[in-house]
Design a binder for this molecule. Structure first.
Ligand SMILES: *Cc1c(COP(=O)(O)O)cnc(C)c1O
Length: 466
């Protein structure tokens, strides 16, 4: 499989190259040159496979020659062996139409583990092969940071520098990052919002001085391998609910458009998906883009669902590229306009392409609390604020009775105990697998929102790569 950039001017890479590259050097994002297809018979034959085997089967066409089938199967077995639930991503029933896909059974209690546990192993495999060293620079709205740190802590050929917006992640989220004491882990609390931190990380990827010395790698969902790993649970859930015979809809709490883009990929591969519901909080750029064609960034308002407090959704570019005819030059021009004006209009082709599969909904604080209460009172399920936004959108979506609607449960409720307690009166307990999180000592560096300060900090501590 070959990988191309959404802006058409970066080298074409293999899966191994795209995994280690992160952002393309023309500023675009890597995507497979074409979508692999599964026939209805091939999808039907996946029913009942253990998760790790399903994962290897769904991902093999994307991996191509970069790993043998046995190597990929072994990595999947190792990555998903670390989950605390035998089904890895179990499905729970709410009522006759509504279902919940629990994606939080990994080590750091959010869906980010599903992709990052595998990505850590892929990095190690490829870096050992090429005897290279990777400097990961990432920005986190809370959950990517802890999942990435867990996945790479202590690995010899990797350093990780993780920026989180100071004071804007929950205590559990921050402690899951800052209490990991490994020499290759560097936490930075930075002034500003997640979008500021993400913009800084993107600048590092395009900085010739940094790139000539270090092999800079990405763990944010700009890294294609992350999205690839997330395609798998759409297959897992749909197969449980009767695919390929029966169509299924998904409601996805969305921030950077990574998770829901993985659902789009599943649909392009042949999984019969009726609809993908993009659920946002009041930071609703994606809702405005999908419902009105207006992709314009406002200022970020902090909410009880911090992992969705985003106004610039990196992966939306992948959708616009694919729906807009895969014209790299046109995409580069459109994104240059967005970077200048912080606003752009979707083209008719992009709007029509997205409208075939996506709808969107926006939930405010009371919608979110109501969904948490309904899950608790009507179904005995405690859900987290992000998941509640998805559930609100799922219940508002007017879908035919025979279409099951699966809300992606993106985080464990104990990651956000205050918001859950406010809404439901119940305080969720941290599972024992996170250990004595509140007793351990924290380590992180506070830096101003200043590019030169951040790159100087990284350059002093990172190992040069080839
Ligand atoms: C990251 C995250 C999201 C948003 O996912 P995207 O892939 O960025 O759209 C939603 N909920 C939780 C709990 C998250 O950690």
């Amino acid at each position: 499989m070959k990988y191309v950039s959404t802006r058409g001017a970066a080298p074409i890479l293999t899966f191994e190259g795209a995994t280690l590259a992160g952002l393309a050097d023309d500023g675009g994002l890597y995507l497979p040159a074409q979508w692999p297809q599964f026939s209805e018979g091939e999808i039907a034959a996946m029913a009942g496979l253990p998760y790790a085997e399903l994962a290897a089967r769904v991902m093999q066409p994307f991996v191509g020659d970069s790993l043998t089938a046995d190597e990929l199967a072994a990595l999947c077995k190792q990555a998903y062996g670390r989950f605390s639930h035998a089904a890895v991503t179990p499905l729970t029933q709410f009522d006759e139409q509504q279902w919940l896909l629990e994606l939080f059974h990994g080590p750091t209690l959010a869906f980010k583990d599903v992709a990052l546990q595998l990505l850590g192993l892929l990095f190690e495999k490829f870096l050992t092969r090429s005897k290279d060293h990777l400097t990961i620079v990432g920005a986190t709205s809370g959950d990517t940071g802890s999942a990435a740190i867990d996945a790479v802590a202590g690995r010899e050929r990797i350093d990780i520098f993780m920026l989180h917006p100071k004071g804007r992640v929950s205590d559990v989220q921050r402690r899951q990052m800052t209490t990991v004491r490994a020499p290759n882990v560097h936490n930075i609390a930075i002034e500003g919002s997640f979008d500021d931190a993400q913009a800084m990380v993107k600048r590092v990827f395009r900085d010739p001085a940094m790139n000539s010395r270090f092999h800079i790698g990405a763990v944010n969902s700009i890294n294609w391998a992350r999205l690839m790993a997330q395609v798998v649970y759409y297959f897992a859930a749909a197969l449980q609910l009767g695919a390929p015979r029966r169509k299924v809809a998904f409601s996805v709490p969305t921030g950077n458009f990574g998770d829901v883009f993985a659902g789009y990929v599943a649909a392009r591969m042949g999984l019969p998906i009726e609809r993908l519901i993009v659920a946002t909080n009041i930071n609703d750029i994606l809702h405005r883009a999908l419902s009105e064609g207006d992709y314009s960034a406002g200022t970020v308002t902090p909410t009880a669902a911090p992992s969705m407090d985003i106004q610039v959704s990196s992966n939306f570019e992948r959708l616009l590229f694919d729906c807009g005819g895969r014209d790299g030059a046109a995409m580069a021009a459109q994104m240059a306009g967005f970077e200048a004006d912080k606003a752009m209009r979707l083209t008719n082709a992009q709007r029509d392409g997205a409208a075939g599969l996506f709808t969107s909904a926006r939930a405010d604080a009371s919608d979110m609390a109501r969904a948490m209460r309904w899950a608790s009172e009507a179904c005995g399920e405690i859900i987290d604020p992000h998941t509640a936004i998805g559930l609100h959108a799922a219940r508002e979506a007017d879908l035919p009775r025979e279409i099951p609607v699966v809300t992606l449960a993106t985080a464990h409720p104990a990651k956000f105990p205050d918001a859950v307690e406010r809404a439901t009166g119940q305080r969720p307990q941290l599972p024992t697998r996170v250990g004595d999180l509140f007793a351990r000592e924290e380590a992180y560096t506070e830096l101003p929102g200043d590019y030169d300060a951040v790159t100087a900090f990284i350059a002093q501590r990172a190992t040069p790569g080839s």
